[in-house]
Design a binder for this molecule. Structure first.
Ligand SMILES: *[C@@H]1O[C@H](CO)[C@@H](O)[C@H](O)[C@H]1NC(C)=O
Ligand SMILES: *[C@@H]1O[C@H](CO)[C@@H](O)[C@H](O)[C@H]1NC(C)=O
Ligand SMILES: *[C@@H]1O[C@H](CO)[C@@H](O)[C@H](O)[C@H]1NC(C)=O
Ligand SMILES: *[C@@H]1O[C@H](CO)[C@@H](O)[C@H](O)[C@H]1NC(C)=O
Length: 242
């Protein structure tokens, strides 16, 4: 009795909700994160000629580094490598598996708590499948949001994405330094539930906490934050090569 009373009192807040909603610490949502290679490389000083959005990761909304003894092994995803290289490239070190290893250790081992993703192969192939299925590249293009020296308003970008997916996504930009007047489109997050169906990325303000996994890149550097409505959005084209 006493315990229940205490539990109810303590239960008013966020922590309790989390504790009871996910009794085994299981995730409820996956965040499919894609970045724009030109923006990534302008921040991280790499070069790329890729002109499509590539995968950054598939992140459960709870947990990080859930099983550090579950080591990444490239030979388990041999059949996926060609597609991984194309759609999930390590922009900093294109021929290395480091990026995949990092994502597996940090996020994959947590995603793997669900039976549907409980192997390295299931995790990476599901990420590729969702990437193809929710085809962000086509969604933007079909809505006339293409890389350009012209700027967009955030409304234009948001409307294009939201009108297709019908759920809230998270659109992130690199914000300008002092005096700058334009933000650069960098990363877009699309969320799915445990059945891999689209779901709002931020259902309620309460959820922002658990959801807000910092977009730490392999280099440990990130200048990304949610784009804001007060500034034009620049979607940088691939520099033409002469
Ligand atoms: C992009 O760069 C790669 C490697 O340098 C090269 O093989 C490829 O042909 C280039 N693609 C385009 C469209 O320039
Ligand atoms: C962690 O991964 C290792 C290697 O796959 C596995 O043997 C072990 O059971 C896992 N531990 C947990 C708690 O899942
Ligand atoms: C990686 O997986 C392969 C295929 O299952 C296996 O033969 C090999 O021993 C594994 N390597 C490591 C380091 O665990
Ligand atoms: C994009 O926006 C910036 C900041 O407002 C402005 O300086 C620049 O001229 C704009 N570019 C174009 C092509 O309108």
């Amino acid at each position: 009795m006493k315990f229940i009373a205490v539990a109810i009192i303590l239960c008013a807040g966020y922590f309790c909700e989390t504790a009871f909603a996910h009794p085994r610490g299981e995730w409820t949502k996956l965040i499919l994160t894609q970045h724009w290679p030109q923006t990534f490389c302008s921040v991280n000083k790499c070069t790329t000629n890729l002109s499509y959005w590539t995968l950054h990761g598939l992140w459960p909304n709870t947990g990080m580094r859930c099983n550090t003894s579950w080591h990444f092994n490239t030979s388990l995803i041999e059949d996926l490598i060609p597609e991984m290289k194309e759609y999930w490239p390590d922009l900093l070190a294109p021929s290395s598996p480091e990026f995949w290893k990092y994502e597996w250790t940090k996020h994959g081992t947590c995603a793997a708590k669900a039976e549907s993703l409980n192997s390295e192969h299931k995790y990476f192939s599901k990420a590729l499948e969702l990437y193809r299925k929710y085809d962000l590249n086509s969604v933007l293009k079909n809505n006339q949001i293409v890389p350009s020296e012209e700027n967009y308003t955030l409304d234009q970008v948001e409307t294009a994405i939201t009108s297709y997916y019908g759920v809230k996504t998270k659109i992130q930009c690199v914000h300008p330094g002092k005096g700058g007047q334009v933000q650069t489109l960098g990363q877009i997050e699309i969320c799915v539930d445990r059945d891999f169906q689209l779901i709002d990325c931020e259902k309620s303000t309460k959820e922002i906490w658990s959801n807000d996994i910092p977009a730490v890149l392999v280099s440990g550097q990130s200048d990304l934050s949610v784009c804001d409505h007060s500034m034009p959005v620049y979607y940088p084209p691939v520099p033409s090569r002469s």
